[in-house]
Design a protein around this ligand. Sequence first.
Ligand code: GAR
Length: 215
Amino acid sequence: MLRVAVCVSGGGTNLQAIMDAAASGKISNSKIVQVLSNNPGAYALKRAKKAGLPAVCVSRADHSDREDYNRVLLETLQSAEPDLIVLAGFLVMIPAAMVRAFPNRIINIHPSLIPSFCGTGYYGLKVHEGVLARGVKVTGATVHFVDEGMDSGPIILQKPVAVRDDDDARSLQLRVMEEAEWKILPKAIDLIANGKIGVEGRRVTIAEDLDMFAL
Ligand code: GAR
C-alpha cells in the first residue's frame, strides 16, 4: 500500500480528482496519509477534512525565516511517513533538502506541456496567459518527478489540450484541468502505486500500454 501525502495551496480540484479516483478504484494500492497546505484558507483543506483525511497547515507566516519554514515543512511531511509526495497545485518552492530526502518520490502536476510555459513565474493562471499571448494551438498538462530545478525533473505523463480561438485564461485553465490534469495525475499515482514506473536518468519508462490521448 503506497502511502501518499498530497500538498496543496488553493482550490484543491486535483486533490478532489485523486480522492475520487481512489474511491472509484482508478487508483489502487494506495492510501492518502496526509494533506498539507501552506495556505490556511485553502479550500483544499476543507475538501480533505470533509473526506476525513488528516489535514495540516504549515504556513510561511508562522515562521521567522525560510530555513526554519523549510525544516518544519520537511519534518511535518516525514511525520506521515509517505512513500510518495504529490504536489497538487502546491505553490511553494520545494527545498533541496526535501528533494534529497525523497529522491524520485515527489511528483508535481504542471498545467502546460513541459518544457513550454514552465519554470520561474509560470504557475496557475499565468501559464495559460502565457499560452494565449504566444498563440500556441496546443497546450496541455504534465506530471513529472521533482528534482532540484524548477519543473525540470523526469516527465511521467503528458496530455495535450487544444487551444480555442475564443479561449481566455480562465476557460483554458478549466479545460486543461478537466481534459488533462484530473486524468493524468491520478493515473501517475496509480502507475507508481503498482510498480509500473521506472526512471533512467531523465527518461521515465511505463510498464503498461498507455494511450495518453485516450486517458
Ligand atoms: C492546477 O492547475 C495546477 O496544475 C497548478 O495549480 C492549479 C491548482 O489547482 N499548478 C501549478 O501551476 C504548479 N506550477 P487546484 O488547487 O484546483 O488543484
